[in-house]
Design a protein around this ligand. Sequence first.
Ligand code: FAD
Length: 431
Amino acid sequence: MKISVFWFRRDLRLQDNTALFHALNSEHEILPVFIFDEEIISELPKDDGRISFIHESLQAINQSLNTFNSSIRVEKGNPMEVWTQLISKYEIDTVFANKDYEPYARKRDTEIHQLLAKNNIAFKLYKDQVIFEESEITKSDGLPYTMFTPYKNKWHEKFQYIDSPPLPFPKKPNFKEKSFDLPALNALGFEKSGIHVQPYTLDAISDYENTRNFPSLDSTSYLSPHLRFGTIGIRQLIAQIPIANTPFINELIWREFFMQILFHFPEVTHHNFKSKYNGVKWRNDETEFQKWCDGQTGYPIVDAGMRQLNETGYMHNRVRMITAGFLCKHLLIDWKWGEAYFANKLLDYELSSNNGNWQWAAGTGCDSAPYFRIFNPTEQIKKFDKNLEYINTWVPEFNSLEYPLPMVEHKFARERALSVYKEGLSSVPFK
Ligand code: FAD
């Protein structure tokens, strides 16, 4: 008997899931599938917190599927090989999935599309992880925005709650009958991580504008890993936020802004968005980089951030800006090194946001901070952690002899950064 397949990727939920909604409204029984893609996971440590979170989310999905007498088929391997096997095992009519805009995923989906087409199987991809995708928000000449403010204004102009309602889930979904047990984490070659994704909350965002920049207040939503892995749908989320909470919605728009940047300019993955910065001569001192990674720079706000990241897989946004700026400007280390370190550690690691924000901090990105804006880490403490609560949490020894002296003097580092950036800019002909 013919079936259709729903392929879970970064949309690990049953509710408000666009492609699943369409799959369940199609004529065939639906086999839910998830593939641990070896191309991605082979580079991760066995106890990676993101793998544990994916596994927990699959468990929750599987439990719900069990209540409909169904189950998820979980595979591990190269997606082309897995799909070749699935095609040989089942008579598949259509594969439904939600779009992923990262360069690797787009290439993979093109290859899978070709494989499916050769076997007369339809591949239907849907917009799901954003309100507006690809070229839905562009300048009047159809070109992508590279500045946030006009993009954001157009987004608000175009957005209507009524056009993006959360998608309903049917009372009697037509899933294929239960045939699989979910493999345990160990059977997949992983171990449970000691680092956990915490639940998101919308309680703290009512006064977001006034509280969001103070790391000790802990007043942000913790939505980022949930948006990354799709344990909440963007429509369902937006429906819970009053449009009057513009500062919060604007942060969600930053996420979409960077996604469309990555979609239109995939080369940012490996290059400066602004090529005029290509001449900046990074110092790239490995010992200094290690001190930054370990939270041993002697600047307590930088060290607090790095230690929070290392211990929890999370860092507050204000502190991400400070630590990233410190690496690029004070230490003159290539933003790609910092980006890669964050990519390894962040539970919410998202190529578009990580790359966009790192390039913002380095001054090389679209709409980035001007290169001569150099945070003074001590002034940042006065503004955002004046009672040292955040610092005391992560660097309890900071006032003792055990704590290292600043690895570089601020004024000296500032002057050095200004001169290296200036020299770099003058060495590349302006385009
Ligand atoms: P909240 O303040 O509650 O914000 C709500 C949501 O808005 C976030 O979950 C996120 O989806 C979005 N958002 C908020 N700020 C930004 C931003 N500056 N850019 C894009 N989206 C934003 N965010 C990631 O999701 N993944 C990353 O890999 C990532 N890397 C970053 C690297 C650097 C150097 C910097 C400065 C920021 C990075 N961010 C990244 C953005 C931001 O720091 C996190 O989204 C935020 O701290 C997550 O915590 P929250 O969900 O509690 O945020």
